[in-house]
Write a protein that binds this ligand. Structure first.
Ligand code: FPP
Length: 264
């Protein structure tokens, strides 16, 4: 007999309890995730790394569903970095194919749920079929008003900042912009994330405590949440996301000022 479930101690009742605890009026508007640990997940099972990535895509489904349910505005996923080209050709190909397969298979369901797909990064630098599938998903969902899923692919924050600097200089030299107009907010408009609010919460699984060239400018005041090293991305589920949001809801965000309650 499953006495744990009978006593309401099963993982689904635990998830329901966490869900009820979440303050629905204080949901992070923008959650960014570094989905780390697919390789380790596979290695622990003597499976190829590609299988870990496939399992990582599976994990994504319930995370997107939960973000839709909680009415999160933006979910940004670090799917492939500018540095990931250093990986073996076979793994790169597997990741590109997985992305194409995911977008192709999931698009109807995502669309039905009002999800809008967007991409951050150098899409022109992707294999043509991957770029084509990404563009198709963007076009297909462009009018949707629900959760916006920003897929960071062939993305690196330093490359993004360099691109912004180049475009700013070009605009100044072309007299479309003057130096006096430059501001912190204007720089945001030149990043891939133009028009997207800065992330409120950034989650990284697998215990690595670094940003790895992800959203460096945008994450200046983002609350960071690192899971234990035993929690690898393929095992990150709704319950874990709710735990991260509950932790976020405990944080006091001061943006360099003071906590209103502490202030005199
Ligand atoms: C990091 O794990 C993960 C990646 C580099 C890729 C993440 C991609 C996916 C989950 C699939 C594609 C995404 C979408 C949006 C469909 P790692 O390989 O660095 O793991 P390790 O540190 O354990 O080796």
């Amino acid at each position: 007999m499953d006495w744990k479930a009978l006593l309401g101690l099963g993982s689904s009742s635990q998830t329901a309890r966490l869900f009820n605890k979440v303050n629905k009026k204080h949901i992070p508007k923008h959650i960014a995730i570094i989905m780390d640990g697919n390789g380790r997940w596979a290695k622990a099972r003597n499976l190829p790394r590609e299988t870990g990535h496939r399992q990582g895509v599976e994990a994504l489904r319930s995370i997107i569903e939960t973000c839709v349910e909680l009415k999160v505005d933006h979910l940004t996923l670090f799917a492939f970095s500018t540095e990931n080209w250093k990986r073996p050709e076979r793994e790169i190909q597997a990741l590109m194919s997985l992305l194409v397969e995911y977008l192709h298979k999931e698009l109807p369901e995502l669309h039905k749920n009002g999800v809008k797909i967007w991409a951050l990064g150098d899409i022109d630098g992707l294999p043509s079929n991957t770029a084509q599938e990404v563009r198709k998903a963007i076009k297909h969902t462009e009018k949707n008003k629900g959760l916006q899923v920003n897929i960071a692919i062939n993305y690196g924050s330093r490359a993004e900042i360099l691109r912004a600097v180049r475009n700013i200089v070009e605009d100044i030299l072309g007299h479309r912009l003057s130096i006096t107009e430059l501001s912190e907010d204007l720089i945001l408009c030149y990043l891939y994330t133009a028009g997207i609010p800065d992330p409120d919460l950034l989650i990284r699984t697998s215990g690595e405590m670094r940003l790895s060239n992800f959203l460096l400018y945008q994450a200046a005041y983002t609350e960071l949440y690192f899971t234990d090293k035993k929690l690898l991305w393929p095992d990150f589920d709704k319950r874990e996301l709710l735990k991260a949001i509950l932790e976020y809801q405990k944080r006091v965000r001061k943006y360099g000022g003071i906590d209103e309650q502490d202030g005199g």
